[in-house]
Ligand binder design. Structure first.
Ligand code: B1M
Length: 210
């Protein structure tokens, strides 16, 4: 049986080799990839967040933990696919300007890809004008915005406003997510919906695409 605490501890301890080993052992013992992700890795990152907040972990260590998580997500990626796939929509996803957090956004991107959508992952620190440019260039029908900082949430509104001003608002559905984001905030800024996690983001997008 998988010891999720051990995965969390190895991640918090920034022990990349150990965390990869534990993830592989868990897969060998037939633990579902989604359980390893949610109960091991994401729960571990929450502890990292608490320690960061309390001054018990510093940025270089947090980056090492994030890197270890990224490697494990790569291992789990092929196993996190969804049964039901939809096609035919181009999705643009990015973390808004001023924000460098990308693990959650990459998970959402991965879930959307595995649902059969064509996903253009723009990266982090993306200017509103770049989202607008990319909607045109990629002929996108869906835009997903990620923000992890309360200070970058207003940039989501600026991005929505830029899309409205560009005249492209009717062409795209805009969805938002990230730890501090809520459904109320989504309503306030004129987005089409909010998803609390990668699985719900994929469901939400599919509802509109279908
Ligand atoms: Co930062 N950081 N960080 N950080 N960091 C948080 C977010 C924080 C909560 C930590 C804390 O203090 N407790 C805090 C924010 C406080 C706040 O604003 N309320 C914080 C801070 C303060 C900062 C800095 C300002 C620290 C500093 O420099 N003093 C700085 C800012 C840099 C910047 O962005 N300009 C900073 C930097 C960093 C690192 C670079 C060191 C690193 C990021 C590395 C990377 O991403 N490559 C980092 C990390 C790792 C974190 C924590 C520890 C973990 C984030 C994470 O990856 N979680 C985080 C604490 C925490 O969240 N517990 C923290 C795992 C991930 C799977 O979850 O990203 O929430 P999450 O994604 C979920 C959902 O939110 C949702 O689905 C995902 C999967 O289920 N989702 C979407 C995400 N995007 C979506 C988009 C959608 C839908 C759903 O579109 C439709």
């Amino acid at each position: 049986m998988t010891n999720f605490n051990a995965i969390q501890e190895a991640l918090v301890g920034c022990d990349q080799e150990k965390v990869i080993q534990l993830v592989n052992d868990s897969l060998d013992s037939k633990t579902p990839a989604s359980d390893i992700l949610n109960q091991g890795l994401i729960a571990g990152m929450d502890i990292v967040g608490e320690k960061m907040e309390n001054g018990d972990m510093f940025i270089p260590e947090v980056l090492m933990a994030a890197q270890a998580m990224g490697k494990c997500v790569e291992i789990l990626k092929p196993l996190l696919g969804e049964d039901e796939t939809v096609g035919g929509a181009n999705v643009i996803i990015g973390t808004v300007k001023g924000d460098l957090h990308d693990i959650g956004k990459n998970l959402v991107s991965m879930m959307l890809e595995s649902a059969g959508l064509t996903v253009y992952n723009l990266g982090v620190d993306i200017e509103p004008s770049v989202f607008v440019e990319q909607i045109k260039e990629k002929n996108a029908q869906v835009v997903c915005l990620s923000a992890l900082l309360t200070t970058t949430m207003p940039m989501m509104k600026q991005t929505v406003d830029a899309i409205v001003e560009s005249g492209l608002r009717d062409q795209v559905k805009i969805f938002v997510g990230g730890a501090p984001v809520t459904q109320n905030f989504s309503d306030e800024i004129g987005a089409d919906g909010f998803a609390p996690d990668a699985g719900s983001a994929s469901k939400l997008v599919k509802t509109y695409v279908n």
